[in-house]
Design a protein around this ligand. Structure first.
Ligand SMILES: N[C@@H](CCC(=O)N[C@@H](CS)C(=O)NCC(=O)O)C(=O)O
Length: 227
């Protein structure tokens, strides 16, 4: 039985979407990161990085959303597209670009826009520029392909979907105007039943919503309280 360590934020949401698309039986284990549950010794034994998502499958333990998506794709043989070495190289390249570029830059741009103490113009400009540059790349790719891998709906689209809400949070309507091809795919994916089930997971547990001192200390461990 799979145990899925979850919080309703972008990286766990990608994995939620795979599990729902593949209709895999799994146990949802909430990790309330605003209450510091990612830092307990029990959770660190599963994910030494102290972030969500993580997943156990029998005696197998995984962390990092891209690793989990690849594992689930290989285990089930689903949502990994064409199996040729060339197609798999392409899939892994875009999966990693989203996991190591688009996601972190978007996350940092949101951090410096909404949470970091001001003034922070240099950091804000750098991360916002890099986030938009990555979204531009994705938008250009989707201008000539239905899905990120062409005709196949894959884990790359799931990974992208997890971060699409970041466009809203960072740029609002202007973001959707700037990235129309991403918007087209996001709207299409949002109409899928599995997406609706993945979104519904957030209602199964009362996650802390306030960004109070406990949440800031849990999420921004680099000294928010003493900055
Ligand atoms: N590279 C990791 C990043 C995981 C990550 O940053 N997760 C965020 C939620 S989207 C998190 O755990 N935040 C809580 C914290 O940083 O303490 C992945 O792709 O899974």
């Amino acid at each position: 039985m799979i145990s899925f360590y979850y919080h309703p934020t972008p990286n766990p949401s990608k994995v939620a979407l795979f599990l729902e698309e593949a209709e895999i039986d799994y146990k949802l284990i909430p990790v309330d990161t605003s209450r510091g549950e990612q830092h307990t010794p029990e959770y660190r034994a599963i994910n030494p990085n102290g972030k969500v998502p993580a997943l156990t499958d029998g005696d197998i333990t995984l962390f990092d959303s891209s690793a989990i998506l690849l594992y689930l794709g290989q285990k089930t043989g689903r949502f990994i597209g064409d199996r040729s070495p060339a197609a798999q190289a392409e899939l892994m390249s875009w999966l990693m670009l989203i996991g190591t570029g688009l996601g972190p830059f978007t996350g940092q741009a949101i951090h410096f826009t909404h949470y970091a103490p001001k003034p922070n113009d240099y950091a804000l400009n750098r991360y916002t520029f890099e986030a938009k540059r990555h979204w531009d790349l994705i938008d250009q790719r989707l201008a000539t392909r239905h899905y990120m891998m062409g005709d196949h709906y894959t884990i790359v689209d799931m990974s992208l979907w997890g971060w699409c809400r970041g466009i809203d949070y960072l740029m609002g309507e202007a973001g959707w105007v700037r990235f129309p091809n991403v918007k087209r795919l996001y709207d299409e994916l949002n109409s899928r039943a599995a997406v609706q089930r993945a979104n519904e997971l957030r209602t199964r547990h009362v996650f802390k919503a306030e960004l109070d001192d406990e949440a800031k200390a849990s999420l921004f461990q680099h000294g928010w309280l003493t900055a």
